[in-house]
Design a protein around this ligand. Structure first.
Ligand code: 4AD
Ligand code: MG
Length: 445
């Protein structure tokens, strides 16, 4: 009996006869030779059908296979450094082929397709090698996130998806009818994390997050995945130290475990290899100053316009891109203006116009990948902020309670999975970093 193998393990079977199951990804015919690229979900391997090595009907069956036909192949594994595939370096000399289904003419062909067409066919596009590679990186990012936190004493506690109030802001809430009462899809699990840390110390939630963002940018999804660690007795400085360790671990794990995928994506990994602690830390004030200097040197008037910034404004992506160019690794920007951040952030002592917040900006123009802060621990100040925010404090009674029964300084942040995956894979739009993206104008498939 020949072993049934997965392509990802092919190196273990050099010289042996094996069987694998999958789909025909691509083919080239060279008269007496047919090169079939077969994928099985774990990898892609070139299967060579040589007319003189196989019975006539096997050669004919191979020739009849259309793109994406499903099949079972038996053949001998041969090491060949030139062999394309993932992992490369091996090919299969075919002995027999069993066709499972001949695919109908496949809509996604090797020719160029528009992105809207590909998005309409997302259920099929997932099979394309680039999409496949990105989503394998995504799975590793998620695994690394969990491993790091689980191994460093963080307790994973799920927070609700259906919530009675806003968690982040009131402008991007998805409202739903909760048995005749208004409910909202969670914008963050943070507020519940803050309850959880008072019971567990260090916690994280990790789940889908919803923002009814009306803005149509390449960095915004309406449904995305966010991991949110929250820690009791953490200062902003503790937070930055934890984040740089955590993010470096994620990046280095991906470089180690997804080398083949990054190669397939033609990702230049020089900048990723440098992602190690410490990360530079600059204040918002400093960032604004740097930006005005950068702007002075810009000659292009359009770019000059884009880089315009007054103290108090939030950064847009041109600002973030220019700022990160000054550093060789991700950069922390801390102490943002209170007015552009969420209501729960601790004001800076003696300077309440700025708050104890920190965003982490990824290099190479990939923008903000984490946002976090020290939280207000004082009951009365939090009560004031909730009121200023324009919502009924009754709905936040439980959250205010946390400030009444053993309140402690604490901090936390959220990391967007799709932003991280886009950065690591070098793709310029978040829609490719999640299997089935949800965006302003897209809910299908
Ligand atoms: O900066 P944000 O909005 O922070 C929070 O929600 C905090 N409550 C987190 C916390 O302190 N526990 O979001 C955090 C991260 C961003 O840095 C970004 O990576 C990602 O979540 N993110 C989005 N990703 C995709 N689409 C969107 N619309 C996103 N909004 C935020
Ligand atoms: Mg943010």
């Amino acid at each position: 009996m020949t072993p049934m193998i997965e392509i990802q393990n092919i190196a273990r079977y050099d010289g042996q006869e094996v069987t694998l199951r999958g789909w025909l990804y691509d083919r080239t015919d060279k008269g007496k030779l047919q090169f079939l690229k077969v994928r099985d979900g774990t990898g892609i391997v070139q299967c060579v059908v040589f007319q003189k090595d196989v019975p006539e009907d096997v050669f004919a069956d191979a020739a009849a296979l259309t793109q994406e036909s499903s099949l079972i192949v038996t053949g001998t594994v041969r090491a060949d450094t030139r062999a394309p595939g993932v992992p490369g370096g091996y090919e299969i000399g075919v002995n027999t082929i069993r066709t499972i289904q001949i695919a109908e003419p496949y809509p996604i062909t090797p020719k160029e397709h528009g992105v809207e067409f590909l998005m309409d066919n997302r259920h099929l596009w997932l099979r394309s090698s680039k999409q496949w590679a990105v989503l394998r990186v995504r799975a590793t990012v998620i695994k690394a996130i969990r491993n790091y936190l689980d191994d460093h004493g963080y307790i994973n506690l799920d927070t609700p998806i259906i919530t009675p109030t806003a968690g982040e802001n009131t402008t991007s809430l998805f409202e739903l009818d909760y048995f005749e009462e208004p409910g909202y899809l969670a914008q963050t699990g943070q507020l519940y994390n803050e309850a959880n840390i008072m019971a567990f110390g260090k916690v994280y939630c990790f789940g889908p997050t919803f923002r009814a963002e009306k803005s149509k940018t390449r960095r915004h999804l309406t449904e995305f995945w966010m991991v949110e660690p929250e820690m009791a007795f953490f200062s902003l400085e503790d937070l930055m130290s934890m984040e740089e360790e955590f993010i470096s671990y994620i990046v280095q794990t991906v470089l180690k475990e997804r080398e083949e995928e990054l190669k397939l994506l033609e990702r230049d990994i020089t900048m990723l290899e440098k992602v190690m602690p410490p990360f530079p830390r600059i204040s918002y004030d400093d960032a604004v100053e740097r930006l005005s200097k950068i702007r002075e040197e810009v000659t292009d008037s359009e770019q000059k316009e884009l880089l315009q910034i007054d103290w108090g404004n939030d950064f847009g992506s041109p600002h973030e891109t220019e700022l990160t160019k000054q550093f060789d690794r991700p950069v922390f920007v801390y102490h943002y203006p209170t007015a552009v951040k969420a209501f729960y952030m601790q004001p800076v002592d003696g300077r309440p116009e700025v708050c104890r917040s920190v965003d982490l900006l990824a290099p190479e123009g990939y923008g903000e990948i984490t946002g976090g802060s020290e939280r207000i621990a004082d009951h009365d100040l939090m009560m004031q902020r909730v009121k200023d925010f324009g919502i009924n404090p009754d709905a936040y009674q439980w959250y205010l309670d946390l400030r009444r029964f053993g309140s402690v300084p604490h901090a936390g942040f959220g990391l967007g999975v799709e932003r991280t995956v886009s950065w690591l894979c070098g793709i310029d739009h978040l829609r490719e970093a999640i299997p089935f993206p949800r965006m302003l104008k897209r809910m299908y498939p």
